[in-house]
Design a binder for this molecule. Sequence first.
Ligand code: SAH
Length: 364
Amino acid sequence: MKEIIQDLSYSELEELILSLGEKKFRARQLAGGLTKGKRISEISTLSKDCKAKLLERFEDAPVVIKERFTSSDGTEKFLFSLADGNLVEGVAMRYKYGVTQCVSTQVGCRMGCAFCASTLHGLIRNLTAGEILAQVLLVNALLSSENTANAASEGGMSVKSARAVTNVVLMGSGEPLDNYGNTVKFLRNVTAKEGPGISARNISLSTCGLVDKMYALAEEGIPLNLTVSLHATTDEERRRIMPVARAWPIGEILKACQNYFEKTGRRYYFEYTLIAGENSDEAHADALIRLLRGKPCHVNLIRLNAVKERTLSPAAEKEAYRFLGRLEKGGLSATLRRQMGSDIGGACGQLRAGYLEKQGEDRA
Ligand code: SAH
């Protein structure tokens, strides 16, 4: 595999351009083209000679959109293929304020959570920073070209900024903090003003709770929304569904969250997936209240997206609303998230798992 140019920071692009004997301002043209989701070969402001030199060393298209699925609720799911043929997936969710894109950080995952499809085949490899970034660049380019086309067809020429993706969540396949260096590099490049310039405040990083890395992240000076996948109220119950709980107890996770808050001033978030018969009755709601009351945090509840390879099933909708009501009454800030895109395999890792299975069937 050749190198990935989207891995480079702006100053690294400048060094690269100078090393090729080009003028420094070409770095801006290169960065501008890449930020628009272009391939090296498509950047018309660069000379043929310059592009040829770049292409000797770098992949022209390290990530491509292989398939696109649109859900009845407008959610879009993308299957990306990487230069080595590996597949990862991403989701773009449309909200009133813009588009939130969910990106993958690893091919597969080694965390082994009992409800998650991403981990079914273990970890294949880490994504590079540029492979994570390219997911954002490609989807942004696609959606913004469609926005511009729609606005033009409606006679509205007032679209100043064509940027479509406004928010990024690291909640696709993989554990971002298990790919720490590349994830942090991605965060620096995606927030850079010479790149997409997405504000760190509009970025959420979700972790299953790798406590040592949560402390490290707090020192990076990136004020993003730190989200921990909690899913249980005691270590014993958590260990049943999340092997990582054997390494890090909930108490340590809460201390690392508090540290994150003190260092960044940002409140933190918990993901709590409601699983029937496991963690969604009133006693669990009360235990969660006792655990989190008074802390600067918000709880995102979501009903499990049933994964067919797994035996766990979602809590009933009524039970989910009852759980939410109880948390709120108990003084927690909480929301029950809509299950978006479940008709197109919206749950983490389901699309790739389905695809791999289909490939297996095709081969058989
Ligand atoms: N590894 C990270 C980020 C990826 S998973 C983490 O664990 O947070 C993103 C979120 O989706 C996590 O909260 C995860 O627990 C949740 N998730 C995974 N599979 C799910 C499913 N089948 N239904 C509902 N949520 C799921």
